[in-house]
Design a protein around this ligand. Sequence first.
Ligand code: SF4
Ligand code: F3S
Length: 104
Amino acid sequence: TYVVTDNCIACKYTDCVEVCPVDCFYEGENTLVIHPDECIDCGVCEPECPADAIRPDTEPGMEDWVEFNRKYAELWPVITQKKDPMPDHEKYDGEPGKLDKYFS
Ligand code: SF4
Ligand code: F3S
């Protein structure tokens, strides 16, 4: 599976949702997630993210992100159409520690 990671938080560009062939992105207030059981590993969303927030779970250290994505994909509504990014997306793009700030 692919997963959405830290740098989506507070940016949420949503370019990714338009290209997913199986519509497996889910939207929370501050970030998106991918449902790991629905993602077919096609990889087309990865280069679409301006924040470089989408990673394959084959990279090291992705286990926690898979669980994060699964947990919230079960709770949040699906998103299939691009919308405006969050108002301060430029300020927060690349800022470290966003997970702790928004999800603790
Ligand atoms: Fe959708 Fe493909 Fe991205 Fe998985 S890798 S979330 S199936 S676009
Ligand atoms: Fe987030 Fe990147 Fe999609 S910032 S909403 S994963 S395009």
